[in-house]
Write a protein that binds this ligand. Structure first.
Ligand code: COA
Length: 256
């Protein structure tokens, strides 16, 4: 049994719901562990053909990595944190059964990175996206610097990560970050329908397709190592301490 996610199985589809609505489904260590376990179940259970990842509650898909776990970590812990997140998200991306993100609200920081590790994304008309790490004095560390750049292009990715503000779903759609915008109430139904359609296709061909498309991108594999190192170096800065403390104290940061 899981404590921070809900895993539901219906007609060969595994629905993974990140379930910490009171913290806007922020990804703490337990969520990452349980997410990894659920993805392993998807990979190993022959009767499962695909998965949907979504967030619980009305507001958020996932509002990021759990900021309250940051202050206790130093630079080397920071690197471990980045690698842990990167590994789980790589596991999702490399799973040879289709995994779709149903983005039902805020997809910020690690939430945007989680959505990007899925094979593609449908989003509610209320969804908002962003990589706000810069406002905390850090950078994306769960693959975001790599996957965002590949998905929307270097210039737009740079701007989004440098500004650190949120974009609405229409802009996310224009950029290619989401495949389709769906009326909020219809989101789960639409995602289930598209996934049912996709898993009616021949499984070996789907698996081969996922591997081949992923291979198109993997020439930059070192980028993930670079990201974890850069994340670690920002993680030990005074600015990070101020940014994270300010968030937790619900005030504006005073960066030098
Ligand atoms: N980590 C830890 N806790 C988080 C969180 C995160 N990434 N995002 C939200 N929460 C918590 C809040 O601290 C708050 O907890 P509390 O009720 O115990 O104080 C709760 O979730 C609700 O969030 P709140 O900020 O009150 O909601 P809001 O509607 O006013 O604002 C956001 C929503 C998404 C704009 C705001 O929560 C936010 O900026 N979150 C952080 C986003 C971020 O920087 N993510 C990247 C992390 S690397």
């Amino acid at each position: 049994m899981y404590s921070t996610i809900i895993a539901e199985i219906k007609t060969g589809i595994l629905k993974i719901i990140i379930n910490r609505p009171e913290k806007l489904n922020a990804l703490n260590e337990t969520v990452l562990l349980e997410l990894r376990e659920a993805i392993m179940q998807l990979r190993q259970d022959q009767s499962l053909r695909g998965a949907i990842i979504t967030g619980s509650g009305e507001k958020a898909f996932v509002a990021g990595a759990d900021i309250s776990e940051f202050l206790k970590a130093d630079s080397s812990e920071g690197k471990k944190l980045a690698i842990k997140g990167q590994e789980v998200f790589a596991l999702i991306e490399e799973t040879t059964k289709p995994i779709i993100a149903a983005v039902n609200g805020f997809a910020l920081g690690g939430g945007c990175e989680l959505a990007m590790s899925c094979h593609f994304r449908y989003a509610s008309d209320r969804a908002k996206f962003g990589q706000p790490e810069i406002n905390l004095g850090i950078i994306p560390g769960y693959g975001g610097t790599q996957r965002l750049t590949r998905l929307i292009g270097k210039g737009r990715a740079m701007e989004m990560m440098m500004k650190g503000d949120m974009i609405d779903v229409n802009e996310a759609f224009r950029m290619g970050l989401v495949n389709k915008i769906v009326q909020h109430e219809q989101l789960m139904h639409e995602v289930e329908e598209i996934l049912k359609f996709i898993i009616s296709k021949p499984q070996p061909a789907l698996a081969a397709l996922i591997q081949a498309v992923n291979a198109a991108e993997h020439h930059g594999i070192n980028g993930f190592e670079k990201e974890a190192e850069a994340f670690a170096s920002a993680f030990s800065s005074e600015e990070m301490k101020e940014g994270v403390t300010a968030f937790l104290e619900k005030r504006k940061p005073n960066f030098k």
